[in-house]
Design a protein. Structure first.
Length: 144
C-alpha cells in the first residue's frame, strides 16, 4: 500500500525586516516541523529554504563559522539577531496596559493575555484554572 497523503505546511519566508516578527516566524516554523514530521537536524537543515535577504545572509554567515550547529543554538542565534532590543520591555508594557475592550469576548481577552505572558517568558508561572472559571471570574468584574 502507498503512503497516505499527509498535509504539508510551509511556514512562509522570513527576510529579517523591521516589519517582521522573528517570534511569529519561528512559531510557524515549529508548527511546520511538527506537521511535516521534521527532526531537530532537519529543522536546522531546512531553515535556509524559508529565509531570504538579510536573514539568509545572516544564516550563511553563521554556517560559515559553524557548519555543525544544532537547531536550538541556531534558533537562539536567529532570535538574538532579529528580535528587537527592547521587545521584552515592550511586551511587558503591552501586558500592563492591556484592558478588555467593550465588544471583546472574555475568552479572546484571556487568550491574548496568556499569549503575551508566554511571549515575555515561556515559563511564566500561571495559576492553572479552567478557562470556564477564568471567564466566570472575569465576567463578575466586567459584566458582558
Amino acid at each position: 500500500m502507498g503512503e497516505t497523503n499527509r498535509p504539508y505546511f510551509k511556514p512562509g519566508k522570513f527576510a529579517g525586516t523591521l516589519s517582521e516578527n522573528i517570534d511569529t516566524f519561528l512559531k510557524n516554523y515549529h508548527r511546520a516541523s511538527l506537521i511535516n514530521g521534521w527532526s531537530e537536524n532537519e529543522k536546522a537543515q531546512y531553515i535556509p529554504i524559508f529565509l531570504k535577504d538579510s536573514a539568509l545572509t545572516f544564516y550563511d554567515n553563521v554556517m560559515d563559522t559553524n557548519d555543525n550547529i544544532k537547531w536550538p543554538e541556531l534558533e537562539n542565534k536567529l532570535r538574538s539577531e532579529f528580535e528587537p532590543i527592547a521587545q521584552t520591555d515592550m511586551l511587558r508594557l503591552m501586558l500592563k496596559k492591556r484592558k478588555q475592550l467593550p465588544d471583546e469576548q472574555t475568552v479572546a481577552y484571556i487568550n491574548e493575555i496568556e499569549s503575551l505572558c508566554r511571549r515575555i517568558d515561556k515559563n511564566m508561572y500561571m495559576i492553572k484554572i479552567s478557562q470556564g472559571e477564568m471567564v466566570r471570574q472575569t465576567s463578575r468584574r466586567h459584566p458582558i
